[in-house]
Structures are given as C-alpha cells and as structure tokens.
Design a protein around this ligand. Structure first.
Ligand SMILES: Cc1cc2nc3c(=O)[nH]c(=O)nc-3n(C[C@H](O)[C@H](O)[C@H](O)COP(=O)(O)O)c2cc1C
Length: 448
C-alpha cells in the first residue's frame, strides 16, 4: 500500500526530462556496460539475445572516429566505421584499413548507446555526429581511471574538471542530441568526498542530459574491490529532483539482483559489466531459467561472431573469458587459430561451413592448428558459392525487410552518414563518403 502511494505521489510530483524521439528512456532497464574489447558487436548481440534491455558500446575516442568512413557490409548488413591508420609514417608499408566500430542496424535499433572518450567539446560533437543517426544515445565516459584516458584529460580526469565536462555535455546536447533527437548521457564514478560528488552531479543534471550512470567505485579503486553504495541514494535523489534517470553500476551480477538493487536504492536502472563478460545469460531472469551452461553461451556467441564477421583476435579474447580456464577438455581452445579450429574443438558441426567461409574471408584458412577436415568441406564450398554465410550461421532468420543490405552489388556497399532528424546548420553531417578496399577491413583497433 505504502509503495503504491509513494509511486502515485512520486509520479505526480517528480519532474521527468522528455526523451527525444529517436532516444531511449533508461528507466526500468537492466543494461550491458561499456567495455573496451569485451563490448564489441557480437558481445552486445549476445547480451541482447539473453534479454539485456540496452547495450553500451566500448568507449571510442573522439579523434579515432573523426574522419572515419561509414559503410554497410552487404554480406552481414552490419554498419562499419573504418579508417586508414597513418602507418607510422612508413611510406613503403601498405596501409591496412581498420574497422573501428560496428553496429547491427536491425538488432541494435533503439538499444545501442555509443560511448565516447573525449576531453574537448568540438571533437566530441564532430565524432558524435558521425554515429548519431545510427544510435539511440551518446554517453560520455567520465569514469575511466586508466592513465591513457586521464592523461589526455578524458575519463575520470573529467570528474575533477567539471567546467570542461559540463561544456562537453552541453555542446553534445545542443549540437547532436537536439538535431538528431537522441539522448546524451554521462557515466561517472563516485568521488571519495561525498560533497564533491554531490556538487558535481548537481551541475551535470543541469546540462540537458537524459541519463546518468554512477559506477559505485572511486577512481583509485581496483575492479576487484567491492562497490560502495553509500553515495548512491544521494546521487539518485539529485537526478530525480532534476527528472533524470539514474542507472547504478558496480557489482551487479544478474537481472534479478539488478532489479532488487534498483528497488532498494531507488535508482532507475542497473548496469552489468564483468558478470556479463563471463556469461551474458545473466540477463535472463530466474523465471526465464537464469544462467545458462557456458557451452550454450559459447555456441550462441560463436554463431554471432560468424554472422558479424568479427575480428578473430577479439573473438578469441572473449572466448577465453567465457570458457572456464579449469576446463581441461577445452584447453585446446586456447591454441585455436581459426574459426574452423573452434568448431572442430567444440564440435560445433552446424557452424563449420560458416566458419570455413569466414576463415577464407579473414585469411585464416592456412593458420588452422586443429581443424583436420579438407581445406574446404563440401558444405563450406556450397556456402561460399552461394555467399550464404549468414544463413549458415543462422542469421537469415533476421527480417529481410529491415535489412540495410543492398541487392547484390559487390561485397561492400558505400553509404553516407545519416542526416539528422531536424535540419542542421553544420555541413559535416551531410558529407558523402566513399568506402575503400573491403578485403583489408579485418584489422580492428582497440579504441580505448
Ligand atoms: C574489460 C572492461 C572494459 C571496460 N571498458 C569500459 C569503457 O570502455 N567505458 C567505461 O565507461 N567503463 C568501462 N569499463 C568499466 C565498466 O563499464 C564498469 O563500470 C565496471 O566494470 C564496474 O562494473 P562491474 O562491477 O559490473 O564489473 C570496463 C570494464 C571492463 C571489465
């Protein structure tokens, strides 16, 4: 009864920031945290598959995106942002294109928050405009304590330079959030002094943001140290007074626990990082069956990697996180050198044709250390001839009408940066761009 009265009273008295037409409300959501390396496209699709309500992409530094090119991979339908590295000034070496960010425009539609690493309002706006038409929100990383981030004034350094952080958020709200009709949010850590956290949050909520995530650790705290929740109610209360949803993060390990913590601390959402890195089925509620055996998760993850043509090094990184190190039977996975190797070791026969196909595309065929089949099985040959990677991996169940894939025109179709919902005075949002050599697009940059 009391809870009901409180809900009625709260809903009639608490302000609520309006959520832009192409944005998303963080209220009531259990979400995947931004994670460099562990938050690449297949990991995000895995989390969505198991019920994550929203997914944050890995922090991407503003300058790595500025000048990138956007294209749609016609095999997978995935949007790829690519760029040519400077090649370290070596004129002799052929520059290899890097894919710096991938988005699934169908399965991530309305659910992807792009996290930016920045210390400069102008760069932040330029970079955010590149992706604004493809995402539901832009989030500013103001919590990373690693030296590579803080030395440039980014990440947790912004917690101590609130003028700069506020000017970044205000610029993003005006020049990206409003014209593209998406939300702008920020992810912070608590500071050791509650009064400083309070002063900071009180300023942040006045910048026009539509969400704030608080990681309940201070910048010097190590990931293994337990999250501290004693500032959480205070942060949530400042957000609520301003009508802004507050998402909590730090030691949230499952959907059910997240929902219980939201209730206990009066916050609007819960964000999961390391628990999801190890087993994304933590987004399933107990009523839905809860955590799945890791092998089932590995199979789904592999399927998604094949569908999205994930960079092999990244796939291997996350496979090592998901497969328990103590499992002797699966020790061979540590030495897998191709997708076919994984299918052989894990006995994923159903995924083998797609694995062989992707190995060909990524020049991994000759590197296999375990795969003992013919260089190409008959099934794989068929898949190659019919260009049906996605179907072999189960991706063809996607609604075709929603796919951005162009009809049968070469492997990669170029595409222009989507225009803002409202007309914009700036010109760079309307630049037409041209894609370059698709085959070289296998080297992916770790962006933060
Ligand atoms: C591998 C890894 C990469 C991370 N990368 C980012 C990042 O790009 N941006 C960010 O704001 N936080 C990043 N974090 C921090 C997480 O988003 C999260 O705040 C932190 O892990 C606490 O959540 P947890 O207790 O659920 O792990 C990363 C964490 C991990 C483990």
């Amino acid at each position: 009864m009391f809870r009901f009265l409180r809900a009625v009273m709260t809903s009639s008295t608490t302000p609520r920031v309006p959520i832009p037409a192409n944005g998303v409300d963080y209220r009531g959501k259990v979400v995947l945290a931004p994670m460099v390396r562990s938050g690449e496209l297949p990991s995000r699709l895995l989390a969505l598959n198991y019920g994550a309500d929203l997914v944050w992409g890995p922090e991407t530094i503003d300058r790595s995106l500025i000048g990138a090119q956007r294209r749609v991979n016609s095999r997978s339908g995935v949007i790829e942002y690519t760029r040519l590295p400077s090649n370290g000034g070596r004129k002799d070496a052929a520059a290899q294109e890097s894919i710096i960010y991938r988005i699934d425009p169908v399965r991530e539609k309305g659910k992807l928050i792009f996290q930016i690493g920045t210390a400069n309002p102008e760069y932040a706006v330029q970079a955010a405009k590149m992706v604004a038409g493809d995402v539901a929100g832009i989030d500013v990383n103001s919590g990373c304590p690693k030296p590579f981030s803080t030395s440039g004034g980014m990440g947790a350094a912004l917690l101590r330079t609130p003028d700069r952080l506020c000017s970044i958020l205000e610029a993003l709200v005006e020049e990206v959030g409003k014209p593209y009709q998406i939300g702008i949010s920020v992810k912070i850590r608590i500071l050791p002094e509650p009064g400083v956290t309070e002063a900071l949050v009180s300023r942040l909520v006045k910048t026009g943001i539509t969400g704030l995530t608080v990681h309940c650790r201070t910048p010097p705290m190590r990931p293994r140290e337990r999250a501290i929740r004693d500032q959480l109610r205070m942060v949530a209360s400042i957000c609520h007074d301003a009508g802004i949803p507050c998402v909590m993060n730090g030691d949230v390990t499952s959907r059910d626990q997240g929902l219980a913590l939201m209730e206990e601390f009066g916050v609007d959402g819960a964000m999961i990082a390391t628990a999801a890195e190890n087993n994304s089925s933590c987004f399933r509620s107990e009523a839905e069956g809860g955590l799945l055996p890791f092998m089932e998760v590995v199979h789904t993850y592999m399927k998604l990697c094949l569908e999205t043509e994930n960079r092999f090094g990244n796939t291997k990184y996350l496979m090592n996180m998901i497969i328990p190190g103590k499992n002797k039977e699966l020790q061979d996975t540590k030495t897998a050198r191709s997708y076919a190797d994984y299918c052989q070791i894990l006995k994923f026969d159903d995924l083998l044709p797609a694995a062989l196909h992707l190995d060909e595309l990524l020049n991994l065929t000759d590197k296999s250390a375990h795969y003992k089949g013919e260089a190409r099985s008959k099934a794989a040959q068929n898949a190659l001839e019919n260009n049906e990677t996605a179907r072999a991996a189960g991706g063809a169940s996607r609604p075709k009408s929603a796919s951005p894939v162009a009809s049968g025109v070469g492997p990669i179709r170029t595409n222009s940066i989507p225009k803002p919902t409202k007309p914009m005075p700036e010109t760079e949002a309307n630049i037409e761009i041209t894609a370059t050599a698709p085959e070289a697009a296998q080297k992916q940059e770790v962006t933060a």
